[in-house]
Ligand binder design. Sequence first.
Ligand code: ADP
Ligand code: AMP
Length: 213
Amino acid sequence: MKIIMLGAPGAGKGTQAEKICDRYQIPHISTGDIFRANIKNGTELGKKAKQYMDQGALVPDELTCDLVVDRISQPDCAGGYVLDGFPRTIPQAEALDKALKARGEKVDFAIDVEVPDENIVKRMSGRRACLNCGATYHLMYKPPKKEGICDNCGSELVLRDDDRPETVQKRLEVYHAQTQPLIDYYEKAGIMHSVDGTQDIDKVFADITAILE
Ligand code: ADP
Ligand code: AMP
């Protein structure tokens, strides 16, 4: 099962991707997590990506597409995967389709987690992230067991630099201009589904599993 998560920044793509991957035992591939791990490790890719991420802009397609195509070619992806945060542009979607087509494969589901912009800034200011394992929490809606500490790996939780309100605003603009057109793209492909992302986390997940099953 190959699944793409769509939605504005902060809509809950990562939260739901984690639950889908737990349930179906498939890998969770988040390009944002891959870039943040590269930034943390001081790689060349990390240095380049950071300049864009700090501005709320997208990392250029040429730095992003090959990375994902390589990742989905790994043996652990043979039984499917959830792509979270990729594709984010039409050229990325086309690059993915081309790579899959070459192997006689295709995406099975594109799921849009719908949350209006008004709710997003509030959600993002409460998000806390673990830069070690990629887990995400929320001060109100999904608090960690111990304040400020990741349940999974015990690392310290942080407010991501790009979750500050001024950067979130910019990311929303980028989302509407460059990523939202993908909804039309996957509708034409006949695999587009939407869920109401303003519901509580478990209800959103129940709606997603109903689509997948
Ligand atoms: P995305 O991956 O789309 O950027 P996240 O999954 O990181 O978004 O979610 C953004 C923030 O909102 C996180 O702090 C997360 O815990 C919280 N969150 C996710 N889904 C919900 C929901 N249905 N209701 C309330 N808060 C949520
Ligand atoms: P995310 O963790 O998905 O919210 O992504 C954080 C940031 O990483 C985005 O605002 C972009 O700057 C960058 N990024 C993540 N995925 C992509 C992608 N597919 N294409 C371009 N930039 C990306």
